[in-house]
Design a protein around this ligand. Structure first.
Ligand code: ATP
Length: 234
């Protein structure tokens, strides 16, 4: 579904992604882990069109999408939940969700409002409330719900656990697990490696702009390099 090959992405003269390749097949939940500043967000932003890859190729659903505008990529079904959520604060929860529908671009909806409310019941309770007044965890749920309303073929999430209390992280990750079980394809960038490896089918490790390791998550959990650098408590 998504195939990134030898991508290079720079900020001016700084190469944040040096030569990164990864693949996400239909129905998989793939995790991309790695330390702060490894280039994970940059790679995601290149896939969603927010940044331009300097070289390499990005294929999504059979199209070469490098160079496409972000809105065109979203309408093709590649939807990103950005780091920091970015909900529209003055609008109600429900209006934020309904706005998400724009990206669906005529594709038959996979999730209706009721499905989002079933996934995150707190959003139904707060549906008339301004999104800006929600807690961080609720905003994260809303950002995921909004992306789901856009009928993603591939849902990409950037650090959904960032800054959230453990109980909220569990709710968000339970929801991701449920979504995966419905067949949704997911690419998850996450610094919390133990969470990411617990939920994903396969994972990639990124360091200094390069993918340095990849494989089934169940195997990576026992890889000495992963244990030493990313799973200190195990
Ligand atoms: P984090 O978890 O901190 O977001 P990351 O793995 O997602 O880490 P990126 O945010 O992609 O890493 O950053 C990769 C590199 O690019 C870092 O060295 C970072 O300082 C640099 N960088 C990120 N954004 C910019 C920017 N707007 N301008 C210049 N350099 C940037």
């Amino acid at each position: 579904m998504l195939e990134i090959a030898s991508a290079v992405v720079s900020y001016g003269r700084i190469q944040a992604v040096r030569d990164a390749s990864l693949r996400v097949s239909e129905g998989e939940l793939i995790a991309l882990i790695g330390p702060n500043g490894a280039g994970k967000s940059t790679l995601l932003n290149a896939a969603s069109g927010l940044l331009r890859a300097h070289s390499g190729s990005i294929m999504f659903a059979g199209h070469h999408i490098a160079g496409w505008r972000p809105d065109k990529i979203a309408r093709a079904g590649l939807l990103q939940v950005p780091e920091g959520r970015q909900v529209l604060g003055p609008l109600s929860v429900e209006d934020n969700l309904l706005l998400g529908r724009q990206a669906a671009a005529g594709r038959p909806p996979r999730h209706a409002l009721d499905d989002i409310y079933r996934l995150f019941p707190i959003l139904q309770e707060r549906r008339q409330q301004k999104a800006g007044t929600l807690s961080g965890g609720q905003q994260q749920m809303l950002a995921i719900g909004r992306a789901l309303m856009g009928c993603p073929r591939l849902l990409m999430l950037d650090e959904p656990s960032l800054g959230l209390a453990p109980i909220i992280v569990k709710q968000v990750f339970d929801a991701l697990r449920d979504l995966r079980e419905t067949g949704l394809t997911i690419l998850l960038v996450e610094q919390n490696a133990s969470l990411a490896l617990a939920i994903s089918d396969r994972a990639y490790v990124m360091e200094h702009g390069r993918i340095v390791l990849g494989g089934p998550s169940a195997e990576l959990r026992h890889d000495p390099r992963v244990i030493e650098h990313y799973l200190p408590s195990i």
